[in-house]
Design a protein around this ligand. Structure first.
Ligand code: NAD
Length: 350
């Protein structure tokens, strides 16, 4: 099977290299079509996201992607947002599970964050101060603001996108034998947007009587997550809350170095770490590649290579329990490459 491989920017090429070492050790027929995106692509192609990269993802339907630096002043708000929107990757899936052997405040976390990926405040409908749109909105709503000193963003929540992500969360829960789905919102304040999201959740939940449901206001959820995170199973959230809460959950299980992710549409999926290109660590061969290695594990599950996915998970657990080959963020001094090679050696001897 051919997959599109995008090393990306900053630390991206280093964690991609370590992930390739791991995938090679699995000895499965996986072929990589390496494609440019990000800052390096701007130099060569004049755009951070060349058309041929998007075409490759559309053709192969599966991609493994490193992080991409958000360029400033190149026409794209964010390459990542562009990819998600162009390919309609409406679901962002971020599992946060605590591995044994890490000195974590909560050793038993197993939360999956399901974040809506296409709308909300990230729809990109934003008006700069002083523009005619800002003036009009201020006039239309008789707001007591100066248009010259005020910027405006629109929070857009549609029935269609809400229904898609909520159904995705329930289907994911059912397929993965999860017990509970929690809808996260601020419907008490934003009645017509988050309220709509919550209404759809309540209606859709009737189709899944086998799954327990509840809803939480996002501020209360944040407090509960740092006090008693074990109570949560699958969380489904609009885009902005999902972005923030998934980093919080990553922090609970050991940090961004251990946080994999996937952006999934109806028939295309792009797997990538939760974190960014961490430019200050680039080129030092010291960053933790487990986020990308675990993203590759999610990719393998998605394509039905469950045995190989399990091998990666077991090898990562072994690496952490052994504790000798960990990167700085987990208290060790191993290099990115050494982590990849060690996991590969565990896989070969399994
Ligand atoms: P970042 O996630 O790149 O890094 C923040 C810090 O987290 C790092 O300095 C490092 O201390 C830690 N960290 C991140 N990844 C780690 C890893 N694998 N192992 C150990 N520690 C790790 O956030 P940033 O510095 O705010 O963003 C850098 C760039 O990345 C920005 O241009 C941003 O827009 C972009 N970004 C891209 C994506 C993506 O491609 N999906 C996601 C988030 C941010």
């Amino acid at each position: 099977m051919k997959i599109t491989l995008i090393p990306g920017d900053g630390i991206g090429p280093e964690i991609t290299q370590a992930t390739k070492i791991v995938l090679k050790a699995l000895n499965i027929p996986l072929e990589f079509e390496e494609m440019p995106a990000g800052e390096s692509a701007i130099k060569e192609f004049g755009t951070p996201i060349p058309e041929k990269t998007v075409e490759s993802i559309k053709k192969n339907r599966i991609a493994l992607k490193g992080p991409i630096t958000t360029p400033v002043g190149h026409g794209f708000r964010s390459v990542n947002v562009h990819i998600r929107k162009t390919l309609n990757l409406y679901a962002c899936l971020r599992p946060c599970k605590s591995f044994k052997g890490l000195n974590l405040p909560f050793p038993d976390i197993d939360i999956v964050v399901v974040r809506e990926n296409t709308e909300d405040l990230y729809a990109g409908v934003e008006f700069q101060k002083g523009t005619s749109q800002v003036k009009k909105i201020i006039e239309d709503f008789s707001l007591n603001y100066s248009p010259e000193e005020t910027g405006i963003s629109l929070k857009i929540i549609s029935e269609k996108a809400s229904h898609k992500i909520i159904k995705f969360a329930f289907e994911y829960a059912r397929k993965n034998k999860r017990k509970k789905v929690t809808c996260v919102h601020k419907a008490n304040i934003m009645k017509f947007t988050d309220g709509l999201f919550l209404d759809i959740f309540r209606k859709e939940s009737k189709n899944y009587p086998d799954i327990e449901t509840e809803d939480r206001i996002v501020d209360n959820l944040s407090m509960q997550l740092v006090k008693k995170p074990e109570q949560f199973d699958v969380l489904v959230l609009p885009n902005l809350y999902g972005d923030i809460i998934s980093d919080l959950c990553a922090g609970l299980v050991g940090g961004l170095g251990l946080a994999p992710g996937a952006n999934i549409g109806d028939d295309i999926a792009v797997f990538e770490p939760t974190h960014g290109s961490a430019p200050k660590h680039a080129g030092k061969n010291r960053i933790n590649p487990l986020s990308m290695i675990l993203s590759a594990k999610m990719l393998l599950e998605y394509i039905g290579e469950n045995k190989s996915a399990r091998k990666i998970e077991d090898a990562v657990q072994k690496l952490i329990l052994e504790g000798k080959t960990l990167t700085y963020d987990l208290g060790g001094s191993a290099s990115t490459t050494e982590v990849g090679e060690k996991i590969a050696s565990f896989i070969r001897s399994s």
